[in-house]
Design a protein around this ligand. Sequence first.
Ligand SMILES: [Mn+2]
Length: 315
Amino acid sequence: MKKITLDQVAALLKEHDRFKILTHTYPDGDCLGCGYALAFALRKLGKQANVAVDGAVPAKLQYLTEHYEEQDFVPSYIVSVDVAAPTLLGESVMAGVDHIDLCIDHHRTNSIEADNSYVDPEAAAAAEIIYQLMLLLDVELDEDIAAGIYTGISTDTGCFCYSNTTERTHQFAAAVMPYCDWRMINYVNFVVKTRGKLKLERMVYDNMRFCADGACALIYTMTKTCERLGIGDDEMEGLASIPRQIEGVKMGITMREKAGGVFKISVRTNDGIDAAAFCKQFGGGGHPAAVGCSVEGDLETVMELMTKSAEEFLA
Ligand SMILES: [Mn+2]
């Protein structure tokens, strides 16, 4: 793997013509925003580009694909966007892919093996990198490109609230705002919720547990409950931000039961507590303040493990 500069990334994109853009499992606003913005931009430059998505694009993000149609060609240059680790590349995304040519990401812990790699951990969203590429590639912004970039930035910063947000984040978002319906984007991603989600949140608040003298709050969801309420994976995103909203909480842990007796754990921290260091013991990775990992076991076992580990970690 060779680390390259952003100018070199732009040069490589100019040089090649048939792109496949890889996004990560449980696709979110940043990877999809980046994927589609980049694809639209490359098409504008007269190239062919498709976005590979694991499963369906979540309903609330389907505006990103409004003007997108799959192109028919054999890709010769594979680019991953916002993908932190090889385990986050789904089977369907990797179909026919034997190696990755270029990795564009903002996760400090990035472990993708690509011929060339550009990782900027200062970028709040990978979409910040895509915006800079638009300038370097001289691509004129349009609604599709701007919506992708704005979505990536807005969703990865919790609508500009998380500690990863910088002045630059706001500047880049401001630069694309005139071209897209940012009010709609923030509404669908941060405001509106289904009644099922409302019920789920109510239960999550009711079942919240605390440990480490109130410095850690834990919430959980069970697959059965989500099924009964008709809650899809894409609706679960915002849940992880709930525990750390409570006064005094430095570390919020969200445990989502998945099929096969596994809990997907999301950790969010305040006050500069290193969530990545906490999750590392469970084989997880991500950003310093927002990390995920998976742990096997039933609810009580995983709850006890998380409680004990959090108490030790925050001691
Ligand atoms: Mn991201």
